[in-house]
Each structure stands twice: as structure tokens, then as C-alpha cells.
Design a protein around this ligand. Structure first.
Ligand code: AMP
Ligand code: ZN
Length: 494
């Protein structure tokens, strides 16, 4: 497996520290608002990466924090006349629900910053004792001069970093790039007691302390959006490597930004769409599907048009699964089997699965891997086009079906419900079946079949009035009757 490492700017062979195990840390959200679709992209990317590691046989420990103390949370609490803890609780719960809605696996460990303060104070004490940090009026700063490798992750020298960023002149700092490990509490702010008086941790120290506490140091993979490379991750490296004199983490992975009208979606630019609002009118699987179409490191354009196109492509896969099920159910088991066609399909499925894995092993190329799903879809569509004959053809079609469901499942997209042809059919079909065909049960498929055979009967008897009334009743509910080689079937278009 190959992983692009931001630290070395190369794709490298992935070798975990302990054979068969992976320790992975992904920076979690600062919980002062609902997350937007851009944030969601980064979390989905690392979920797909994690799933591929698991599917490749690794035992993955996935740690992802919640930053529940921060200036933005305190500001929001003050605006709303609530405590910071109340604001943080509301949005951390909303975040957990949003991740669940998106099909993101919960982390193995989800540390909350406010519950890990002792570990952070410990890290800061060590840094002061080692001469890498200094106290100034209740604040504590990291002294970047004491870490000559500062800048190695972003690939910039200290001089470049200084000229590329605007810094407020702060008389408490020895150097403009020095950053806060601990902030003295202002009146009305949440605080913890510590050797330097009342205060709270800086953002960067949280991730250094929590990752080392739960994964040890070094650990295998650290992830986040590319906007976190500087200063957040650069500072995490400085703190952690100065604290314990060993490498912090071996592979740094960064996800590209989600863009809207060519600009990064962000709260500060006010061009964001909240994930919860987008998912109110959209199958979350379609959003994941859209995200998979772009490599995780590339910027990704988000637009209504791209979302609609993704919905269409997604529906192509779903529709193929439903068609396979229908053909399997209506196969002519006594007809002659096309051995050559079976062999061709088997080869196409096996090749698709192999290439899928190879693409995912190559730095998680989801876009190309998704292309392999479509190649299986194309092959099986051709295979079932004129119906299924004999048990062997049924078996081959089912194997293709299962491969598609499996590969989509590895992306975290559950297609199992697509196997139920009647998922989403309106209940009024049952009442209609009772009216026109005297059907009494509650099985949608049987109700549909009863209606169709009633229509066929009417047509045979040249009772056009009844036949037309059935067709019109069906189409009013969103159904069409498709006539196929194996007989008529209902299709539902919503
Ligand atoms: P934050 O709560 O701002 O720290 O962001 C949480 C995660 O979302 C971080 O990993 C960010 O890198 C990521 N993120 C923020 N904006 C975007 C965006 N427009 N596209 C992709 N990821 C983003
Ligand atoms: Zn972090």
C-alpha cells in the first residue's frame, strides 16, 4: 500500500510500526456551530481511508478529538448568554449525529479536550523544564527558536513563514512565531487551575497530548484538512518532538479543500452550506458518492449540478442491482445456458475487484476505484439484457450483484436496501391492488403482480376501459408498466 506523506512530499510504501496494526489520529471539529459540507468532506475522506485499512486486514485504532474549549466557543456563548460548556455540548452532540447520518464510523476513541487537561498540563510542564517553553503573565509560549526543524511539514523556513503570515506584535512573545501552549483566563472565561494560575490550553497542545496519550509516540498516521498543515500541525510536531525527543508521527495525510465557486468553503468567508441542511433533502449516500469522485488530496468543486450528476450515477448502480434481482426472480431455469457469457462476466467481475483494490492501495484513489464498480455494472447490464437462463446464469448474475454491494460497502455506502425492489414504494399501492384485483395481503411485490395480471386479463378481453384505468391509477402513484422479454413489471419513479 502506498500513502502520500506531506512530510516527505512523496508517495511512500506504508509500513506500520507494529505489523498488522495502525494507530491513526484525525483532528476533530471545534464545536461552536454545526459543521459545513467542507468539514464533512475531510471526515468522509478519512473514514474511507480507515475503512480501506480495515478491509486490508489492519487492526486500526482511530482517535479523533472534540475541541470543546476555544475562543470561538466562548464568543458564541457570550453572544447567546449561555455557558461555553452548554454551547460545546450542543454542537458536539450535533456533530456526532451528523457523522452518523453520513455513515462515518465512530472513532475507536473520541477524547474531549476539556477532559484531558491534566495530560496537557503535563506536556507543557515538560516543555518548560526542557527549555522549549516559557511563561509570561500567566500565558505559556512555545519558543520556536529552540526547534531548528520548525517548518519541516509545511516545507518552509522560519523566514518564509514569517514573511508569509501576518502576526500581531505581542510584547509577551520572544519571537513572533512563538505560539500559546496555555492562555491565562480573562474574566468570565472557563478556566482550569495549573502551575501558572487559572487558564486554558491552546488548540495545538490538545492534539499533541491526546494523540500521544491514546496512541503513544511515534504513531502511524496523522490526518486533517490541508488548511491545518500550518500552523496547527507544524506546531503539533514542534511540541511533541521537543517534549519526548522522538518522532511524533510517521505519515502525515492531508485532505484537499471543498470549494464552492472556486473558493474554499469556510465559515469566515460566509459561503458555507451546513451539512444538516444539505442532508435534509438528500440521500447521504449521494453526497459520499460525489466526494468519492475526487481524489482525497485534490480540491473538490461542490455545486448543485455536480450533486445532481452524482445522484444520476448513483441511481445507475442502484437500478442495476434492482434489475439483477428482478431478472433472478424471473429467470427461465430450464432454458439453455450461455457458458461463454458467464465466463466473460466472471472475468469482468474478478478484474474489477482486483483493480479496485489496486487503486485503493495506491494512495486511496477512490475515483479510479469507483470506475471499477462501473465497469462491473456495465458488464452485468449486458449480461442480463435478454433475461437469465438456467441456474448457472442466475449464480453469475448474483455474484456480480454481491461484488457491487461489497465494493460500495467498502466505501461506506450501503446498497443493501437496493436489493429490495419495493423500497420506497407508496403504501397506497396495496389499497389499489385491493380495489382493482381484490388483493388482500401486505406484500408490495405480490400486490404489484396482482395488478399487472389484472391488466393483462383486461387487455386480453379487450376491456380497454379497465386496462386504461389500471394504467392511469398506477401512473398517478408514480408507477410505470415495463414490458420485458420475461413479462411485464412495475417500475417506480417516485
Ligand atoms: P475546524 O473545525 O475548522 O478545525 O475544521 C474541522 C476539519 O474540517 C479540519 O480537518 C479542516 O481541515 C476541515 N475543513 C475545514 N474547511 C474545509 C473545506 N472547505 N474543505 C475540506 N475540509 C475542510
Ligand atoms: Zn489537531
Amino acid at each position: 500500500m502506498k500513502i502520500y506523506n506531506t512530510l516527505t512530499r512523496k508517495k511512500e510504501d506504508f509500513t506500520p510500526l507494529v505489523e498488522g496494526k495502525v494507530g491513526m489520529y484525525v483532528c476533530g471539529p471545534t464545536v461552536y456551530n454545526h459543521i459545513h459540507v467542507g468539514n464533512a468532506r475531510t471526515f468522509v475522506s478519512f473514514d474511507v481511508i480507515r475503512r480501506h485499512l480495515i478491509n486490508s486486514g489492519y487492526d486500526v485504532t482511530f482517535v479523533s478529538n472534540i475541541t470543546d474549549v476555544d475562543d470561538k466557543i466562548i464568543n458564541r456563548a457570550n453572544e447567546e448568554g449561555r455557558t461555553a460548556a452548554e454551547v460545546a455540548e450542543e454542537y458536539s452532540n450535533a456533530f456526532i449525529k451528523a457523522m452518523d447520518d453520513l455513515g462515518v464510523m465512530p472513532p475507536t476513541i473520541r477524547p474531549y479536550a476539556t477532559k484531558e487537561i491534566d495530560a496537557m498540563i503535563g506536556t507543557i510542564e515538560t516543555l518548560i523544564a526542557n527549555g522549549h517553553a516559557y511563561e509570561a503573565e500567566g500565558d505559556v509560549y512555545f519558543s520556536i527558536k529552540t526547534f531548528p526543524e520548525y517548518g519541516k511539514l509545511s516545507g518552509r523556513t522560519v523566514d518564509e513563514l514569517l514573511s508569509g503570515t501576518r502576526f500581531d506584535v505581542d510584547p509577551k512573545k520572544h519571537d513572533p512565531l512563538d505560539f500559546a501552549l496555555w492562555k491565562a483566563a480573562k474574566p468570565g472565561e472557563p478556566y482550569w487551575e495549573c502551575p501558572w494560575g487559572k487558564g486554558r490550553p491552546g488548540w495545538h497542545i490538545e492534539c499533541s497530548s491526546m494523540s500521544a496519550k491514546y496512541l503513544g509516540q511515534p504513531f502511524d498516521i496523522h490526518g486533517g484538512g490541508v488548511d491545518l498543515v500550518f500552523p496547527h500541525h507544524e506546531n503539533e510536531i514542534a511540541q511533541s518532538e521537543c517534549c519526548s525527543n522522538v518522532t511524533f508521527c510517521n505519515y502525515w495525510m492531508h485532505g484537499g479543500m471543498l470549494l464552492i465557486d472556486n473558493e474554499k468553503m469556510s465559515k469566515s468567508l460566509n459561503n458555507f452550506l451546513l451539512l444538516k441542511d444539505v442532508l435534509a433533502n438528500l440521500d447521504a449516500r449521494v453526497l459520499r458518492f460525489l466526494m468519492l469522485q475526487t481524489h482525497y488530496r485534490s480540491p473538490m468543486d461542490y455545486s448543485k449540478q455536480r450533486l445532481d450528476e452524482a445522484a444520476n450515477s448513483f441511481e445507475r448502480i442502484a437500478n442495476t442491482l434492482r434489475n439483477i434481482d428482478w431478472e433472478v426472480e424471473h429467470a427461465d431455469l430450464f432454458a439453455e445456458v450461455d457458458v461463454a457469457a458467464i465466463e466473460k462476466l466472471d472475468v469482468a467481475v474478478a478484474a474489477g475487484v482486483d483493480s479496485y483494490v489496486a487503486y485503493m492501495d495506491d494512495d486511496f484513489n477512490t475515483a479510479a476505484a469507483l470506475g471499477e464498480v462501473f465497469s462491473i455494472v456495465g458488464a452485468v447490464n449486458g449480461f442480463i439484457a435478454d433475461g437469465l437462463s438456467g441456474a448457472e446464469e442466475v449464480k453469475a448474475a448474483q455474484a456480480a450483484h454481491d461484488a457491487i454491494v461489497d465494493l460500495m460497502g467498502r466505501f461506506g455506502i450501503d446498497m443493501a436496501e437496493e436489493s429490495d425492489e419495493t423500497a420506497g414504494w407508496p403504501a397506497e399501492l396495496l389499497a389499489f391492488a385491493k380495489d382493482v384485483a381484490g388483493y388482500e395481503g401486505d406484500d408490495m411485490l405480490a400486490a404489484g403482480e396482482a395488478i399487472i395480471s389484472k391488466r393483462a386479463e383486461a387487455r386480453k378481453a379487450k376491456d380497454w376501459g379497465t386496462a386504461d384505468a389500471i394504467r392511469d391509477g398506477l401512473s398517478a402513484m408514480g408507477f410505470a408498466v415495463e414490458d420485458t422479454a420475461a413479462g411485464s413489471r412495475l417500475s417506480y419513479g417516485g
